[in-house]
Ligand binder design. Structure first.
Ligand code: AMP
Length: 265
C-alpha cells in the first residue's frame, strides 16, 4: 500500500524555546537569534553586495535557507556538495576523483575544494555576492576564503540543530531523481522509488543519507565545524540561528541579521 507523501514539515517552535547550547560538541558563545516577525523588509539597495557563509550540520536546512537568501538578494547559491554530486552524476574527472569520498561521507581535500571555490567565485555572477553552502568546512578552507573575500564583508551564520533532530530528519529525507526537490516521507523505513508528488519522478534516499553514513557525516561535521566556528565566532558578522524553528522564522532571523549588518556595517 502506498504511504501518503508530504513536503518537508518542520515542527513550529516558540521563539521562547531555546536549543541546548552545546549539542553535537559545538560550543555556542553567542545568543541564538530568533526573529519575532516573519517578514523582514529589505532595506538594502539591490546593488549592495551580500556574501554569506552558511554553516550547520547536514540536514539542518542550510540548502533551503541558502536558496531563499539567494533569491532575496539576487545572488548565486553555491553548494559545494551539489557541485560535487553533479560532477559524480556527470561522470567527469572531478566526479571520479570524489565519488568514493562522498559515499563514505568524508571530506574532500582542502586543495581540491579551495581550487573549486576559487574558480566558482571568479565567475561574473558573484559580483554582487553569493551564498556559500557547505564551504568552508575546515580552518584551512576558512583562511583561504578570508583571502578571497578580504575586500568585502563576509557574513557567517550557523544554523544550530541538535544531533537527535538531525538523525530524525535525515531518516525521512528523500530527493526526487527527476526534479531534484528534497522532500520528507512519513517514516524512515519508507521504501525508495515512490513517485514524486510534484513531477512523478522517483523519490530516492541520497546515498549519503544512509543511516551509517549520516552518523559518520555528523561526527565529521562536529570535528570539522568546531574549529571553523571558533575561527569566525568573535566577528560581529557572525550569528547563530536556532535551526529548530519553522523555516520561515529561520529565514526571518537571517534576513534581520544581514539587514542589520548592511545598514550599519
Ligand atoms: P553537503 O551536501 O554539503 O553535505 O556535502 C556532501 C559531501 O560533499 C560532503 O559529505 C563531503 O564529502 C563533500 N564536501 C562538500 N563540501 C565540502 C568541503 N567544503 N570540504 C570538503 N568536502 C566537502
Amino acid at each position: 500500500m502506498r504511504t501518503l507523501l508530504r513536503p518537508i514539515q518542520i515542527r513550529m517552535i516558540s521563539p521562547m524555546e531555546r536549543p541546548c547550547h552545546n549539542d553535537g560538541g559545538v560550543t555556542v558563545h553567542r545568543p541564538l537569534i530568533s526573529a519575532p516577525h516573519m517578514i523582514v523588509p529589505r532595506r538594502t539597495d539591490v546593488s549592495t553586495p551580500v556574501n554569506v557563509v552558511l554553516i550547520g550540520p547536514p540536514g539542518c536546512g542550510k540548502g533551503t535557507q541558502a536558496v531563499r537568501l539567494a533569491e532575496r538578494h539576487g545572488i548565486p547559491h553555491i553548494s559545494t556538495g551539489e557541485i560535487l554530486r553533479g560532477a559524480v552524476r556527470a561522470g567527469s574527472e572531478l566526479g571520479r576523483q570524489v565519488a568514493d569520498t562522498l559515499v563514505k561521507g568524508s571530506l574532500v581535500s582542502d586543495d581540491l575544494m579551495t581550487d573549486l571555490v576559487r574558480e566558482r567565485l571568479a565567475q561574473p555572477d558573484t559580483a554582487r555576492g553569493c551564498v556559500l553552502d557547505g564551504f568552508p568546512r575546515t580552518v584551512v578552507q576558512s583562511r583561504v576564503l578570508d583571502g578571497m573575500m578580504s575586500a568585502v564583508l563576509l557574513i557567517v551564520m550557523l544554523i544550530d540543530v541538535p544531533d537527535a533532530e538531525i538523525v530524525r530528519r535525515m531518516g525521512t529525507r528523500r530527493v526526487c531523481d527527476a526534479c531534484r526537490l528534497t522532500q520528507s516521507v512519513s517514516d524512515a523505513l519508507h521504501p525508495d522509488s515512490e513517485p514524486c508528488p510534484y513531477c512523478g519522478g522517483n523519490l530516492v534516499r541520497r546515498p549519503d543519507d544512509e543511516p551509517e553514513t549520516v552518523r559518520h557525516r555528523l561526527a565529521t561535521y562536529t570535528a570539522s565545524a568546531t574549529p571553523v566556528i571558533e575561527h569566525y565566532r568573535l566577528r560581529p558578522s557572525f550569528a547563530i540561528v536556532d535551526g529548530r524553528q519553522h523555516s520561515d522564522k529561520v529565514a526571518a532571523a537571517m534576513a534581520a541579521h544581514i539587514e542589520s549588518l548592511i545598514t550599519n556595517p
